[in-house]
Design a protein around this ligand. Structure first.
Ligand code: FES
Length: 283
């Protein structure tokens, strides 16, 4: 190995060492709380070191020359000595390759440490939490003050935002209780039995992108989402009749108690929120 090759080898190893150390450094900075600028610089050095090392290795230490291997001479004369010298050179090249390969493996280890950061940032898996809300059988429908809402407090065409008892302000439990009128509702099957005395309850979370659906146009019996104007037909199970929402607002099964309050018969008929569910449920 000549001087130039030795120098190139040292440079390649130095590049790989930079990748290894900056990869570990990146993981360390992230573990200690993270700093966007420092992490950016370390990631640039990590990837840059690996790239520079590979390019140097390819350009300076790999031969493009085509060689024809002659048959080795027999005996121990001058030709035999030349063969021995060539064999030693090959051996040196082989050990150099092993050193460089070791450096490359270490560099890839550093890079793997750096790439672990996005995985560590994912946080805990949501589990079943996206499919369920706090609503359970027997929970009262309450207002922001956690007090049960009474039927006689909601006039015809009135709308109240309600929550599961004990969860006032719940983001996924927020529900619109609407006094739509028994003569106007056209619900089918179980949905019809979940609407006592003309009161019906739908999730307030828009099935398009999750905005709170807040506008009730009583004359048309329609709920409108202010974000992208998705419109839901309250009388027909809150099916979307306009806008980008692709599925109805889930209905909350409720019953009217003797004291005029409402309780839930269970959780919503379907998962609430944006149409991610269509992909999961529709297959
Ligand atoms: S979030 Fe309701 S229409 Fe887009």
């Amino acid at each position: 190995m000549n001087r130039r090759e030795r120098r190139a080898e040292r440079l390649v190893l130095a590049c790989f060492a930079v990748t290894f150390l900056t990869g570990l450094g990146l993981l360390g900075v992230y573990t200690l709380g993270g700093d966007t600028q420092v992490q950016g610089v370390l990631l640039a050095l990590c990837l840059g070191g690996l790239g520079a090392g590979i390019v140097l290795w390819a350009q300076e230490l790999m031969s493009n020359e085509e060689r024809v291997e002659e048959r080795h001479p027999l005996g121990t004369g001058p030709e035999g000595s030349a063969a021995v010298a060539e064999a030693l050179t090959d051996e040196a090249g082989f050990s150099r390759r092993r050193v460089l390969q070791g450096g490359l493996v270490a560099a890839l280890g550093g890079l793997a440490a750096a790439l672990a950061i996005p995985v560590l940032s994912l946080g805990p898996a949501p589990g079943r939490s996206l499919f369920e809300t706090p609503w359970k059988k027997g929970l009262h429908l309450v207002g922001f003050d956690n007090q049960p809402v009474k039927a006689d407090a909601i006039p015809q065409d009135g709308v109240v935002t309600v929550f599961p008892e004990g969860f006032p302000g719940s983001a996924d439990g927020q529900t619109l209780l609407i006094h739509a009128g028994a003569d106007r509702l056209q619900l089918q099957g179980d949905a019809a039995t979940w609407a006592p005395n003309g009161f019906v309850a739908y999730s307030k979370v828009c099935t398009h992108a999750g905005c709170p659906v807040g506008l009730y146009r009583a004359a048309q019996g329609q709920l409108i989402c202010p974000c992208h104007q998705s419109t839901f037909d309250v009388m027909q199970g809150a099916v979307p009749v306009f806008g980008p929402a692709a599925r109805p607002l889930p209905q909350l099964p409720i019953q009217l108690e003797a004291d005029g309050t409402f309780t839930a018969l269970g959780d919503f008929s379907e998962p609430v929120g944006p149409s991610f569910w269509d992909m999961r449920l529709g297959g």
